[in-house]
Design a protein around this ligand. Structure first.
Ligand code: ACM
Length: 538
C-alpha cells in the first residue's frame, strides 16, 4: 500500500471510530430491523457483484455524509444529499464540522486501490453504522451514489422508531461498467426541445449510469446552435421544425448551461453537426454552400436524402472551420460528431473528399471525430469513431482502419421505433421494438462486430414524431433503461425474466419524476403513491 493509501485508510477508520464513540449513548436505542436482504431488485443496471449480509443501515434524521477532499468528491456528496432530500425530505448534512447525535454515516472516499482501476469502478460497503463508497475518481463515486439512491426504499418504515427510517440493506457491492461509452442521442433538430427538457432527460439518464448525451443539433428541418460568426444559421435556419411549429435554437450560453449541467452529472455532451447531407436548413441560411443545384427553402417535412453541401467549394471549409471551432470551444468532451449519414445526393467521391477534409478540421480543433457508419468508406484515422446504425459492411471497413465502433443498430437500439402497431408515436422503417426486444440482444457479439472494437452503445432518439417532453418520454422509457443495462452490465448478469421484475420496480421512481413512460403490458408495473398513470391498453 502506498503511504497516502495507508493514511487515507487510517483516516476512514478513525473517523468511523470517532462516530462510533460519539454514538455510544444513542446506540443503546436498538433498532430491530426486519430481515433485509441486499438484492438487485431495485437496481438497474445490475452491478457486477453483490454480497448480502442481512442487516440494515438506518437512513434517518441522524445520518450525515462525509467525503474525501479529492477534487469533485464533495460535489458528489452534495448531489446525493439533494437527491435524498427530494426522495425522503431528510436534510442530510455534508462534511459538517460538528458531529452531533450522529447515528449513521455515508462516507464517500477516494481510494487508489487497484481493484478500482477502471475510471468508473466503485465499491460499496454497507454496515449497520456506515455506508462506505470507495472509488478512484469522482466519476466512479457519482455512479456509486446512483446505486445508493436506488437502494433507498421509496417508503420509510415508521414502526422502527418514533421517526421515519429508510432501511438500506447491508452488504458489499463491487461494480464497474462493461463499456466506457454509454449514451443516448436526442434529435433536437426535427423538433426543438427546450433546455429544461434536455436537463430532465440528462437527469434520467444519469440515474441509470449513462455517461454520454449526443445532441443531434442540425438537420434539414432546423439548425439549433448559435454560431456567432454565421448568425443566419439560427436566425433563418432555426426558425422552423417538422410540422412548422416555430422551431428554436440554443444560444451558446444555453448550450454551455446544458454542458455544465451534464458535467455535474458526469455526462459528456457530444455535439453533432450533420453533413454533407441533412443540411437544408444551413443552405437556406447561406445558399452559397448548397450543392444540390436547387434553390433551398425551409423544410417542414420528414423525407431524407435530398440535401448536400457543395463539397468542392473551398469556402465551405472555412465556414466549417468556424462552425466546428465555435462548438468545439464550448464543448469540453473529446468528441465532435459530423453526421455523414444518408448523403444520397452527394457523389461518392465528393462524399469521401468531404469526410477526409472535415476530419482534419475536427482534429485541428482538438476533437476526435465520430460519424454515422457511412464515414467508414473514407480514408480516415484510426482515432475516429464509426457509429454503426445500418451497414455492417461500413462498420467492418472502419474496423479494418483500426477505428472503434459505437453500437446503435436501428433494428435494436433506435428509441424512435414504435413498440408495436398500436404505438402512439414513432416510426417502424427499421423494426417494431417492444420492450423485451430492446433488451434481449447481445451487443458484444451483434453482427460479428468484434468486442475489442466496441467503444460502447448508444440509443438514438430521432424526433420526427415527437414534439414535447411527454412524447419524448413515451418513446425513451422504458427502453432506455434496458440499454443502460446492456452497456453497463456483463452478459452473464443479464436475463430478461429477472430484469423485467427490476424494471417493474422502477415505476415509483418514474412516477415521482413525472415521466410519462410507455407502460408496456409485458411488465407488471409496481404500484406507487405518485401514480398519475394512464395505463396503455395493448
Ligand atoms: C440515421 O438514422 N440516419 C443515422
Amino acid at each position: 500500500m502506498k503511504n497516502s493509501t495507508v493514511l487515507k485508510s487510517l483516516f476512514v477508520f478513525l473517523t468511523i471510530l470517532v462516530f462510533a464513540t460519539c454514538k455510544e449513548e444513542k446506540k443503546k436505542r436498538v433498532i430491530e430491523f426486519p430481515e433485509t436482504d441486499l438484492t438487485a431488485e431495485n437496481l438497474i443496471p445490475k452491478p457486477l457483484k453483490m454480497i448480502p449480509t442481512n442487516g440494515g443501515f438506518a437512513l434517518d434524521q441522524f445520518t450525515a455524509i462525509y467525503t474525501s477532499e479529492a477534487a469533485g468528491f464533495e460535489e458528489v456528496g452534495s448531489f446525493l444529499a439533494k437527491k435524498i432530500k427530494s426522495k425522503t425530505e431528510l436534510d442530510v448534512q455534508v462534511n459538517i464540522d460538528e458531529i452531533p447525535n450522529l447515528e449513521t454515516v455515508i462516507y464517500i472516499n477516494q481510494s487508489d486501490s487497484l481493484e478500482l482501476n477502471a475510471p468508473e469502478a466503485y465499491q460499496l460497503y454497507i454496515t449497520q453504522d456506515s455506508v462506505i463508497l470507495n472509488s478512484n475518481t469522482a466519476e466512479g463515486a457519482f455512479r456509486g451514489i446512483q446505486t445508493i439512491r436506488q437502494l433507498i426504499p421509496e417508503a420509510s418504515s415508521d414502526s422502527l422508531a418514533t421517526y421515519p427510517i429508510w432501511t438500506i440493506p447491508t452488504g458489499k457491492i463491487i461494480d464497474s461498467p462493461q463499456f466506457e461509452y454509454r449514451g443516448s442521442m436526442l434529435d433536437v433538430a426535427r423538433h426543438f426541445f427546450s433546455v429544461e427538457d434536455v436537463k430532465k432527460y440528462i437527469d434520467l439518464l444519469a440515474y441509470y449510469k449513462y455517461n454520454v448525451l449526443h445532441l443531434h443539433l442540425t438537420d434539414d428541418q432546423g439548425w439549433r446552435i448559435e454560431i456567432k460568426s454565421w448568425p443566419l444559421l439560427t436566425e433563418i435556419g432555426g426558425s422552423t421544425e417538422v410540422g412548422g411549429e416555430g422551431g428554436g435554437f440554443y444560444t451558446q450560453e444555453e448550450y454551455k448551461d446544458i454542458v455544465a449541467y451534464a458535467a455535474e452529472r458526469h455526462v459528456l455532451i457530444v455535439p453533432e453537426v450533420d453533413m454533407p447531407g441533412h443540411t437544408n436548413a444551413a443552405s437556406v441560411a447561406y445558399p452559397i454552400f448548397n450543392g444540390n443545384g436547387k434553390k433551398p427553402e425551409l423544410y417542414e417535412g420528414t423525407q431524407v436524402g435530398k440535401s448536400t453541401f457543395a463539397t468542392r467549394k473551398d469556402t465551405l471549409y472555412s465556414f466549417l472551420d468556424d462552425v466546428i471551432g465555435e462548438i468545439a470551444a464550448i464543448t469540453p468532451g473529446p468528441y465532435f460528431h459530423i453526421g455523414g449519414d444518408e448523403s444520397h445526393v452527394t457523389k461518392k467521391k465528393d462524399y469521401i473528399y468531404f469526410v477526409e477534409r472535415v476530419e482534419k478540421l475536427v482534429q485541428k480543433h482538438g476533437k476526435r471525430m465520430i460519424g454515422w457508419d457511412e464515414i467508414g468508406q473514407a480514408d480516415i484515422d484510426s482515432s475516429s469513431v464509426s457509429q454503426f446504425w445500418a451497414s455492417k459492411k461500413n462498420a467492418m471497413d472502419a474496423i479494418a482502419k483500426g477505428m472503434k465502433i459505437i453500437m446503435s443498430p436501428a433494428k435494436k437500439a433506435y428509441l424512435d421505433m414504435e413498440y408495436d402497431t398500436l404505438s402512439k408515436h414513432g416510426l417502424h422503417w427499421a423494426a417494431y421494438i417492444p420492450t423485451d426486444t430492446a433488451y434481449i440482444w447481445t451487443p458484444e457479439t451483434y453482427e460479428g462486430i468484434p468486442m475489442e472494437s466496441i467503444l460502447g452503445i448508444e440509443a438514438p432518439l430521432w424526433s420526427e414524431t415527437i414534439s414535447d417532453i411527454g412524447e419524448l418520454e413515451y418513446l425513451a422509457f422504458p427502453r432506455a433503461i434496458g440499454y443502460s443495462e446492456l452497456s453497463w452490465s456483463t452478459p452473464e448478469n443479464r436475463n430478461w425474466e429477472e430484469y423485467k421484475i427490476r424494471l417493474a420496480n422502477q415505476a415509483p421512481f418514474l412516477d415521482r419524476m413525472n415521466v410519462k413512460y410507455y407502460a408496456s403490458p409485458l411488465i407488471d408495473w409496481k404500484k406507487s403513491k405518485y401514480s398519475y398513470k394512464e395505463i396503455e391498453k395493448d
